[in-house]
Ligand binder design. Structure first.
Ligand code: CTP
Length: 416
């Protein structure tokens, strides 16, 4: 694959040398285009030596080969890392003052930005508006990682690890190639907006402790990828997850069930589909201590009293029903089966109780489903269709769920 690697002028430019190595070791042909500012952090010679190709940042070098047109046209993928606030602004405005920005304007293939900057710069309304503009044009802008930044500050703004950018870039290129080979995918959610909740909620006990669960968020991320591939716009409500949220979604981060409830009800107002894949705690501590709960010698261990959390899925169904009903609500159920009934009996009862349109049923036990890459489910329909088993990787299961979502939508809520 021919890759253009644009490098912005930030300290994280040095980490991009590792990203370049990952691309070249996977036998991709990489042309590096640093901005003028980037060459102050890492010199042209480094990029030339690591890529094995000449490096320039000026449209006036190699004029005879019309580099700024050729590079953009020929690239199967353009990756920009670190994408600084300045570079995002220039790309969003369509400026063409150097070789990288002209190449971006000539891009024929997918484009991925991996931002890195100080938290205030990332969260500034101007930067967020630029990111939104780029995303609305089909450009993928990764969320920056959180952690220690260049100075004493820390927060969102770190360049995602080279392996994360590498994986996202290859997935993007693969999806673009698949779309080119099969322009009308079997499942179409074009023009539909899908909200997906994922991960596990954390219910605070005190400033350092919480009640949590083993959900990794992997199935939710796979669902988001499948929905994006089917052409939907995706809002992703991420509770605690072991992996990065997917690229190309509108991301809302939450911690507790109550925060997730608010985000889900808010997003549901203009969603065609709401998928509750998050593992929501049914209970939370009745009281949250403002200070760390201390052990006191000679005193009994504290008893933690729990109260019920609202059932978000049920509330979504109730709101949908009172607001005209043109929305598909999908629940997930984790069941073990017991003396009262097997997994399917419990799940069928849950589908009726919660009133959702589809219920994706997992059989769980220690070491099963949570954190694993493989999954096996049965998709139950509240509209009379036969239970449908689906198994394989979490991506396979997500594709099966999205197929069912698309067909139930077409049947019950065709586009007006
Ligand atoms: N769910 C929710 N709000 C809650 C609990 C769960 O919206 N407070 C959603 C989950 O996201 C999932 C579905 O409900 O889509 C099923 O969750 P599960 O925990 O399996 O079922 P419960 O409702 O907790 O029922 P039970 O405790 O009887 O298993």
């Amino acid at each position: 694959m021919r890759i253009v690697l644009g490098v912005g002028g930030g300290i994280a430019a040095y980490k991009v040398a590792s990203l370049l190595r990952l691309f070249t070791e996977a036998e991709h042909e990489v042309t590096v285009i640093p901005t003028e500012a980037a060459t102050r952090f890492v010199g042209v010679a480094t990029w030339e030596a690591l890529s094995g190709n000449p490096v320039s940042n000026s449209v006036f070098d190699a004029v005879e080969s019309v580099n700024h047109v050729r590079l953009g046209h020929e690239a199967d993928l353009i990756v920009v890392a670190p994408a600084t606030a300045d570079l995002l602004a220039r790309a969003a405005a369509g400026q063409a003052g150097d070789l990288l920005t002209t190449t971006l304007l000539m891009a024929h293939g997918p484009v991925l930005f991996a931002p890195a900057m100080h938290t205030e710069m990332w969260q500034h309304a101007a930067t967020q508006a630029n990111v939104e503009t780029l995303r609305s044009r089909g450009v993928t802008v990764l969320e920056p990682a959180s952690g220690r930044l260049t100075g004493a500050d820390s927060g969102p703004g770190r360049l995602p690890e080279p392996e994360v950018i590498f994986a996202a870039a290859l997935a993007l290129a693969e999806a673009a190639q698949a779309a080119e080979e099969n322009p009308s995918p079997r499942t179409s959610l074009a023009g539909r907006s899908v909200t997906i909740s994922a991960g596990g909620t954390r219910e605070a006990l005190d400033p350092v402790r919480f009640l949590g669960n083993r959900s990794s968020g992997k199935q939710g991320v796979a669902l988001a990828a499948a929905a994006l591939e089917a052409g939907a716009t995706v809002r992703f409500i991420a509770a605690h997850m072991d992996i990065e949220p997917p690229a190309g979604v509108e991301l809302v981060r939450v911690e507790s069930a109550l925060e997730l409830r608010e985000a889900a009800l808010d997003a549901a107002v203009d969603s065609d589909v709401v998928i509750m894949a998050a593992a929501v705690a049914d209970f939370r501590p009745a009281a949250v201590s403002d200070t760390k709960i201390k052990k006191v010698d000679g005193e009994d261990a504290p008893v933690i009293q729990l109260v019920r959390n609202p059932d978000i899925l049920q509330e979504l169904v109730e709101r949908r029903n009172t607001h005209g009903g043109r929305q598909l609500v999908v629940g997930f159920a984790a069941e073990t089966g017991d003396a009262q009934g097997d997994v399917l009996e419990h799940a069928t009862a849950k589908l009726k109780r919660k009133g959702c349109d589809l219920l994706v049923v997992n059989q769980v036990g220690v070491g099963r489903v949570f954190g694993q890459d493989e999954n096996s489910v049965v998709i139950l329909s509240g509209h009379g269709a036969q239970p449908q088993p689906a198994a394989g990787s979490k991506a396979d299961v997500a594709a099966a769920v999205m197929d069912r979502v698309a067909s139930e939508l077409t049947q019950h809520f065709p586009v007006a």
